[in-house]
Design a protein. Structure first.
Length: 450
């Protein structure tokens, strides 16, 4: 399969890596952003590359308009599937029109997707970073054990509170470890815990600390760009008191027009004195959402040290995993990973219900719908001979979630949450994909045999 990414940068690089793992032959066009933004130049490039021979085009240039036009032209020239990145809030309500009238297959909005993830975390009662699968009946939680004597120095098989939970992976100093029962946990290990929602919530409540739990009612956002605006709009719907600090005066005026009930402060949010003066102690959460990763990490850490309940940062680079594990931040939201996860879900078709890239992009959690014709049907899990890098985390059957064991037999209609390291992606496909499908059907029905 052939894919072309028009526009590089952090997102283009992340997508290139993810698509390569998916067995795409990837071409990246990124030598001249100025030339790419010129639709006439783009048309020449697409014709020269014989775009009709490509299965997929993703336009991720810095211009929304260029991305839409590039996809429209590529579609007319015969490219099978086209995805455009559109970030401008002014276009957000027009996505349906763009897709229907211009023939583009999908629109992705990294800032809005990231805002949704941050909103979900801020509104949950406890502190652990979590994600949901199977319609919310299965949950995943990231837990940094820090120096907790209940975990440090103990083998996983001897841990308490894990009767109905599973530790899928351990992140240690930026490296991903697939644990055994005999794996000994070390200080600052981040363990990925998965299980039925109720069990994960109980673990979250216990290890976040009951006295630490509280409802977020007031949020301070550093940075009034696209992400800051999207998050402000979402929090407005949630009736959350919101304060946004933005250094650009003209931008502040626009923010006030869109968010009349929010407090908009024109100032330098990296000034710690300003943060303290602007009611830092009266806010429940702080979100660092500027365009600079280092600024976001530093200011979110500073806010946490000032005593804020929840402090999170937006990042876009993929190489901060080791640093994040050692910081006392409550969360970091990687826009590139969030966007790549959404694109992978789109490409894998109806059988893939969700994809979540984890552990610096080295692994993923995928929710898969088991369909007729899959190789795994009527076989015990123990007989599938799964490699160590593939772990069946949870199964939802008849609206009930459970952790599978070696004797579990999967049936059509099961929704299976799978942890998979990226070197095992092709093995996962060979297990869940019906090989009778034609190559021409591969993109739209990648997991249709699941």
């Amino acid at each position: 399969m052939k894919a072309i990414i028009v526009g590089g940068g952090k997102l283009g690089s992340r997508l290139s890596s993810a698509l390569s793992i998916e067995n795409y032959d990837v071409t990246v066009v990124d030598k001249s952003e100025k030339a790419i933004s010129d639709i006439n130049s783009s048309l020449d490039v697409l014709k020269e590359l014989e775009i009709s021979s490509y299965d997929l085009l993703i336009a991720t240039t810095t211009s929304d308009e260029a991305n839409v036009l590039i996809c429209t032209v590529a579609k007319k020239l015969g490219c099978n599937k086209c995805i455009a990145r559109v970030r401008n809030p002014e276009y957000h309500k027009q996505v349906g029109f763009i897709i229907d009238e211009l023939g583009i297959d999908h629109i992705i909005n990294p800032d809005y997707a990231t805002a949704l993830n941050i909103e979900k975390y801020l509104l949950k009662k406890y502190l652990l970073m979590t994600d949901e699968f199977a319609g919310g009946k299965v949950k995943l939680a990231e837990f940094n054990i820090q120096t907790d004597e209940n975990f440090v120095g103990r083998e996983i098989k001897d841990l308490e509170d894990f009767e109905n939970l599973l530790i899928a992976a351990v992140s240690r100093n930026g490296e991903t470890i697939i644990p055994y029962g005999s794996t000994v946990l070390e200080e600052n290990d981040v363990v990925l815990i998965c299980g039925p929602r109720k069990e994960v919530d109980l673990f979250d409540e216990k290890h976040s600390g009951i006295r630490k739990s509280r409802t977020v009612q007031r949020v301070m956002i550093l940075g009034g760009g696209k992400l800051g605006l999207y998050l402000g709009l979402l929090l407005k719907e949630d009736k959350i008191d919101t304060t946004i600090i933005e250094i650009d005066r003209e931008r502040c005026i626009k923010l006030k027009e869109r968010l009349p009930n929010a407090t908009i402060i024109n100032g330098d949010g990296t000034n710690l004195t300003l943060l303290e003066e602007e009611m830092m102690d009266t806010n429940d959460a702080f979100v660092a959402a500027t365009g600079i990763d280092e600024t976001n990490l530093l200011m979110a850490l500073s806010a946490k040290q000032m005593g804020i309940y929840k402090s999170v940062a937006k990042i876009s680079r993929p190489n901060y995993n080791q640093i994040l594990e050692k910081l006392s931040l409550d969360g970091a939201f990687n826009t590139s990973f969030i966007t790549a996860s959404e694109i992978l879900r789109i490409l894998r078709g109806s059988g893939s219900l969700s994809v979540n890239l984890m552990l610096d992009g080295d692994a993923e959690f995928t929710e898969i719908l088991v369909k007729e014709g899959a190789k795994i049907i009527n076989k015990k899990v123990m007989d599938l001979n799964l490699p160590q890098g593939i772990l069946l985390i949870s199964v939802l059957r008849d609206e009930k979630a459970f952790i599978p064991n070696g004797n579990t037999v999967l049936v059509p209609g099961d929704r299976v949450v799978v942890f998979c390291t990226h070197e095992n992606i092709q093995t996962l496909k060979s297990i869940f994909y019906n090989k009778k499908k034609k190559k021409s059907d591969f993109i739209n029905e990648l997991f249709s045999g699941i």
